[in-house]
Design a protein. Structure first.
Length: 411
């Protein structure tokens, strides 16, 4: 069964605005699917009042918000009270750092990487400094930007409280083996793990318990949804969290990590992403009954198509003498997202990105807020890398256009 791209593209009205434009900056933020836009539209037109009062349309507004939480809990195969919908991943990690960091002190240590987006580094580092806990850095290979789990294991000891790392780099696009790392960490220490799934979830929404992590976070505006971020914190951690909510809400765990309060319409819109996955699954004759099965079915189709898009790009960049490819150099293992970053060796990243844009390809250059990674790779942070990032709604003809444009710009 292959992905019906016409059906897929029909779920994203924005793609019809300019069918010749190749959108290749999806790692910055995806297009929003029609299911989400319909829910946002309905909420704003008909139920835009303070939710959860016992009258219409306030009660309906609350029902719409609850539906999002329920569908996402089912999709991720976790419980609703383990999820917080916050304004962004940067904000969710910031708030969580206050909820967990108060327990750190001198003698403790935490591990962060230099591969991550700063949203999954800075908040933990700042809190550790404030608490006088030691910060250990799990470092990338300076040539490829890849992380080796063995290097992490060498950093762990009895005083390691947390390990923070990314499921997939938003720059070099290679997936870290989270379930394997969870087992490795737990067999060597009592450390908790938080994984940043922002660059992975657009390609694969996971059943979170299978990953063996204590916390997981990703941004829904990169997964076809509204500007929201989902934070999972496992139930067994909840007693140790320091509530960040108003004091009189201290009995309600679902509010612990959301001092800003929920963004009502945006929360209601989040259900549309799961509606989209379900529609995709059903359209292709999927037989999954539960929401997580339907999400998994949709992602299997998306993955196969994305793999087909990624392979010729990786092959081209890997074999071009004037380009330095970062991340894994092939797609054979199926752990390479179509987020591809490279350094032009005979021109700046800015000039190559500008040539792509002039050819009608929405690509970009920069540090993508993974500044520590750019530094570790020995790059000029002002110029950074060129990044091409695709999603399952991109076409093979988009890849052909990118390859032609690269050929011309590098000639
Ligand atoms: C891997 C990764 N983590 C975290 C973030 C931050 O997400 P947010 O914009 O929701 O704060 C980003 C944003 O680009 C990202 O790519």
């Amino acid at each position: 069964m292959t992905l019906d791209l016409e059906f897929v593209r029909g779920q994203f009205d924005q793609l019809a605005d300019d069918p010749t434009f190749v959108f290749a900056s999806n790692a910055g933020g995806s297009l929003v699917c029609n299911q989400v836009n319909s829910l946002l539209d309905h909420y704003n037109h008909h139920t835009r009042v303070q939710p959860y009062y016992p009258f219409s349309p306030s009660a309906e507004a609350g029902v719409a918000m609850d539906r999002s939480k329920r569908l996402w809990a089912d999709g991720l195969a976790v419980d609703e009270d383990e999820l917080t919908l916050g304004a962004s991943t940067s904000l969710n990690t910031y708030v969580l750092s206050h909820a967990i960091g108060g327990a750190w002190g001198p003698g403790d240590n935490i591990v962060v990487t230099n591969q991550d987006h700063e949203a999954n580094v800075g908040a933990w580092r700042r809190k550790a400094e404030e608490r006088q806990a030691e910060i250990r850095e799990w470092q990338v290979d300076p040539e490829s930007g890849l992380l080796d789990p063995e290097d992490l294991y060498a950093l762990l000891d009895d005083n390691t409280r947390w390990v923070f790392y990314t499921h997939c780099s938003n720059v070099i696009g290679t997936v870290n083996p989270v379930a394997e790392i969870s087992r490795g960490v737990k067999s060597r220490s009592a450390a908790r793990t938080l994984v940043d799934g922002v660059a992975y979830a657009p390609h694969h929404v996971c059943r979170l318990r299978e990953l063996g992590v204590d916390a997981y976070v990703f941004s829904l505006y990169k997964v076809y949804g509204p500007h929201q971020s989902l934070l999972y914190v496992s139930r067994d951690m909840q007693d140790s969290l320091q509530s960040q909510a108003h004091y009189f809400l201290a009995d309600d765990v679902s509010k612990y990590l959301n001092p800003a309060g929920p963004q009502h319409a945006q929360v209601a819109g989040c259900a549309g992403v799961i509606d989209y996955f379900t529609a995709l699954h059903e359209h292709h004759g999927g037989t999954g009954v539960t929401t997580d099965e339907q999400v998994a079915g949709a992602h299997a189709l998306m993955h196969a198509h994305e793999q087909a898009l990624t392979t010729p790009l990786i092959d081209y960049i890997e074999h071009h003498a004037d380009l330095r490819l970062l991340g894994k150099r092939h797609t054979r293992d199926g752990d390479r997202a179509p987020t591809i970053a490279f350094q032009p060796l005979r021109q700046s990243s800015a000039s190559l990105a500008a040539a792509l844009v002039a050819a009608g390809i929405g690509a970009e250059n920069g540090d993508f807020y993974a500044r520590r990674l750019i530094d570790a790779l020995g790059l000029d942070p002002a110029d950074g890398l060129v990044r091409i990032s695709l999603l399952h709604y991109n076409r093979m003809e988009d890849v052909d256009r990118i390859l032609r444009a690269l050929n011309e710009a590098l000639a």
